[in-house]
Design a protein around this ligand. Structure first.
Ligand code: FMN
Ligand code: 7N5
Length: 373
């Protein structure tokens, strides 16, 4: 159990959430918590896990569960990692350096965001578990190439290209708050001219929306992936796949892994809940490459469900930010360890000793149906 300065025992992700909310300004809180438009997909991501029912096996001789997993030749203590999120210094002075330390303590993968507020190199120096770098496709391809090269030089294990943002989802909260990246927080890995719009508060509305409209390349198509592939020897992971059709195209275009994700409900409002897309995508991929998952995972049993449906790894977006805000590296490690302990606990009670033992027989068929929650 983690106990931070608040004195309140932090037993679950929602304990970290409550603790974080007290410490973070309301506009930053809205940026973290918010989703696109009426936040229906954001809500659906969480509700989809409430529908899952497990099928525990008994007398299985499972005194303990093994949560280790390996991906692209790197071993992890847990299949629960950190999804890329921008600007960790919004909630902690050390930002991604503290996140990396926390991930290392938990033996977890940390996917560093393109808009990290600490340098790729400083984050690498603080890490003791695997790091990947996430990229958006910018009009300025030279900037992307430079980041891919720096990641490779610094020992990052993969490039994760986020493919669900040809334009940013409309986030009413940020627009109403006139949200801009302020103070001394910045996307320090990218030259300031590319990022200038993200800091301009004077025009009202979401500065991030203006920034992405100007700097992201919305014309990207499958054929362009070859260019990025040629920039790096690292495995290329595509994040933001929700359909069998796109999963098949990703495999055909040589993706080394894909992430089933609706961007935490922050892009297309009304899009399918992430969990409801997982079985379809895993079936289409058919083992051709690893499938990862994010969206709405808040407890170990949620991770178990996603792993049983075919995910090799499960990523958390908001919860590590709650941990970081509540307690820096300790908070990040606490969130990851809590979820991993819950997963191991659920595995023992379900009679599954190791991650390969998790398959769809662990879930009631109604959980697989891809309901409309
Ligand atoms: C505050 C915030 C910032 C994010 N920034 C990025 C980003 O820079 N790049 C990216 O690919 N995804 C980004 N995401 C999406 C996450 O990687 C992930 O898909 C999503 O948060 C998972 O859902 P969850 O928050 O329910 O776990 C962000 C999400 C949040 C909440
Ligand atoms: C400029 C995009 C900021 C990251 C973010 O908010 C997201 O990807 O959801």
């Amino acid at each position: 159990m983690t106990q931070l300065q608040t004195g309140t025992p932090l037993l679950t992700a929602s304990d970290y959430r409550r603790s974080a909310q007290r410490l973070v300004g309301s506009d930053v809180w809205d940026f973290i918590e918010g989703g696109a438009e009426d936040e229906r997909t954001l809500a659906a991501n969480l509700r989809a896990f409430d529908r899952v029912r497990l099928r525990p096996r008994v007398l299985a001789g499972v005194p303990d569960a093994d949560t280790t997993v390996s991906l692209f030749g790197t071993a992890y203590a847990t299949p629960i990692g950190i999804a890329p999120t921008a600007y960790h210094r919004l909630v902690d002075a050390e930002g991604e350096v503290a996140t990396a330390r926390g991930a290392g303590r938990a033996g977890a993968l940390f996917v560093v965001g393109m808009f990290a507020s600490r340098t790729i190199e400083d984050i690498a120096a603080a890490a003791s578990s695997g790091l990947w770098l996430q990229l958006y496709w910018l009009r300025r391809r030279d900037v992307m190439r430079d980041l891919a090269e720096r990641a490779e030089r610094s020992g990052y294990g993969a490039i994760m290209l986020t493919v669900d943002v040809p334009r940013m989802g409309r986030r009413w909260r940020d627009m109403r708050n006139g949200f801009a990246i302020g103070g001394d927080v910045a996307a320090v890995n990218i030259e300031p001219a590319v990022m200038a719009e993200a800091h301009r508060r004077d025009e009202g509305g979401s500065a991030l929306a203006r920034h992405t409209a100007g700097s992201f390349d919305p014309s990207l198509s499958w054929a362009d992936l070859a260019w990025l592939r040629d920039c790096t020897r690292l495995p290329l992971v595509l994040k933001g796949i929700l359909t069998a059709e796109d999963a098949a195209l990703a495999v055909a275009h040589g993706a080394d892994a894909i992430v089933v994700s609706n961007h935490g409900g922050r892009q297309l409002d009304g899009a399918v809940a992430s969990l409801d897309a997982l079985a379809e995508v895993a079936d289409a991929v058919g083992g051709a490459c690893p499938v990862l998952f994010d969206g709405g995972v808040r407890r170990g049993a949620d991770a178990l469900a996603a792993l049983a449906l075919g995910a090799r790894m499960v990523l958390l977006g908001r919860p590590p930010l709650w941990g970081l805000a509540a307690g820096g590296a300790d908070g990040v490690a606490g969130v990851l360890r809590t979820a991993t302990e819950e997963l191991a606990h659920a595995m023992v009670l379900a009679g599954r000793a190791a991650l390969p033992d998790l398959d769809r027989t662990a879930l009631r068929p109604t959980s697989l149906a891809g309901g409309d929650a």
